[in-house]
Design a protein around this ligand. Structure first.
Ligand code: ADP
Length: 194
């Protein structure tokens, strides 16, 4: 399986690039943010709990996210591979992902770290907020999300560097230019594994 973790700060373009990667390589998409927003919309118990954290720009607790991910992963079992978008976001989540994939006879193939400057991130998120209808795309919540990213999520880069799977990609330019950079890295990885 080709399992790609797409990583980066809020607003770095993970969702946009995920769509292109999926089309090119025939992967399944798991976005924990999308799954959580669907739970909120349906008014489930998990959705109600998650909403309290998301609206404050905080992370939803690991246990809830890891259980949720295990369920989603089981539904994608017969695929060519999966792109993980917005997960893992903490070291315990990365460890849980490795365990879950290993139990299914596979592992993370590579991690793509989309790098974008902070000012640009804030502009993108404010712009998206005009049409996304997302309760967390407002300036106060954006600031909390960026703080949480720096303190809890960014250290994960180190984890994937140690695993030998980390690739930094410049996340500025046209959508196609950025995608070309990502595609090159994925193809290199696939060749190494052939
Ligand atoms: P963004 O990357 O723009 O912040 P997401 O849609 O990935 O958007 O996530 C939105 C929110 O959902 C996060 O701020 C967080 O509260 C919650 N969330 C999503 N994925 C996770 C995760 N893996 N662990 C904890 N919380 C998560």
């Amino acid at each position: 399986m080709l399992n790609v973790v797409i990583f980066g700060a809020p607003g770095s373009g993970k969702g946009t690039q995920s769509d292109l990667i999926i089309k090119e390589f025939g992967l399944e998409h798991i976005s924990t943010g999308d799954v959580l927003r669907a739970e909120i919309k349906e008014g489930t118990e998990l959705g109600k709990i998650a909403n309290d954290y998301i609206s404050k720009g905080q992370l939803v607790p690991d246990e809830l996210i890891i259980d949720m991910l295990a369920n989603v992963l089981d539904s994608k079992e017969n695929s060519k591979g999966v792109i993980f978008d917005g997960f893992p976001r903490t070291i315990p989540q990365a460890e849980a992902l490795k365990k879950m994939l290993n139990e299914r006879g596979t592992d993370v193939t590579l991690m793509i770290n989309l790098h974008v400057e902070e000012g640009e991130l804030i502009n993108r998120l404010l712009e998206r907020g005009k049409s996304s209808g997302r309760s967390d795309d407002n300036i106060d919540t954006i600031k909390s999300r960026l703080e949480v990213y720096h303190s809890q999520t960014a250290p994960l880069a180190e984890y994937y560097i140690k695993e030998g799977k980390h690739h930094t990609i410049k996340g500025v330019g046209t959508i196609e230019e950025i995608f070309e950079r990502i595609k090159e890295r994925i193809k290199e990885r696939i060749n190494i594994h052939l």
